[in-house]
Design a protein. Structure first.
Length: 276
């Protein structure tokens, strides 16, 4: 058996020994959504360290547990805290949670994150609908022997971010008067922030925002047939755009200020997913 798949199945069996719940929607709670649990009718919680072989986040401010429950009548599983490549994990471990949530029953993946704004029309605190991504700077999570049980060797990436889900997000943002930017998200590994030269290069390539997550997860979710959408919270302008240094505290502070509208958007969007 493929060792990546074997580890995944061990995690799945470990979860199923404790949790009997089938979600429709999987949500990764990025910065700004740390206290989102209050919007969920939580049925069960499962800390990551209680799952055999599961990677545990080491980032301050990223709690490590799954939340199982309902948003309105929609069954969801939420990751409160994600694993990043810069923490030293293998890329297969970074995307293991995505594959696990798929096995548990999730059909839709809603990715959220904090990101640096490259597009100069953006402002800190804006929310950005991810319409596409640039993945050429990341080790691809599908490297190595293909896990045939999950998907094809050469998956198409033309429409990773589902058009119907994007339209729902646009409609909800309009209905509730939530300012919504749109753009291309670029992934760099971190943990160091980008240099001004990095940002000038990314702007030329067509990037609107940059961060340290999301793209590997989207690639893995696409590989295993999930419908995907993503929303970034622009927590700071990227290096060189403003004449000030970047720090994690600023990112978290801006994310917290945007939390109310971010949470409202996510909640109303997920309710609409009931009809997908």
């Amino acid at each position: 058996m493929n060792p990546v798949y074997e580890k995944l199945m061990n995690c799945y069996k470990s979860v199923r020994e404790k949790i009997d719940f089938e979600p429709k929607v999987a949500i990764i709670l990025g910065s700004g959504l740390g206290d989102y649990a209050k919007n969920i009718d939580v049925v069960s919680e499962l800390p990551y360290d209680q799952i055999e072989g599961f990677p545990v986040s080491t980032v301050v401010g990223h709690a490590g547990k799954f939340l199982f429950g309902y948003i309105d009548k929609v069954p969801v599983v939420c990751m409160k805290g994600r694993v990043h490549y810069y923490e030293g994990y293998a890329m297969s471990d970074v995307v293991l949670p995505i594959r696990l949530m798929k096995l548990l029953g999730a059909q839709i993946l809603l990715l959220t994150n904090a990101a640096g704004g490259i597009n100069t029309s953006f402002q800190p605190g804006d929310l950005m609908l991810i319409t596409d991504h640039i993945a050429c700077f990341t080790p691809n999570p599908l490297l190595g022997a293909n896990v045939e049980e999950l998907g094809a060797r050469f998956p198409d990436m033309s429409t990773v971010y589902n058009a119907d889900l994007q339209n729902i997000i646009r409609e909800i943002a309009c209905e509730y008067d939530i300012k919504l930017q749109e753009g291309v998200y670029t992934y760099l590994t971190g943990p160091s922030y980008e240099s001004p030269a990095d940002i000038r290069m990314l702007r030329v390539l067509g990037a609107d925002a940059v961060g340290m997550s999301t793209v590997p997860e989207a690639i893995a979710a696409n590989h295993c047939g999930m419908k995907i959408c993503g929303i970034s919270c622009i927590t700071n302008m990227a290096a060189g755009i403003l004449k000030q240094p970047l720090n994690h505290e600023e990112v978290q502070e801006t994310a917290d200020k945007s939390a109310k509208s971010f949470q409202k958007l996510v909640t109303e969007v997920v309710k609409k997913f009931a009809d997908i």
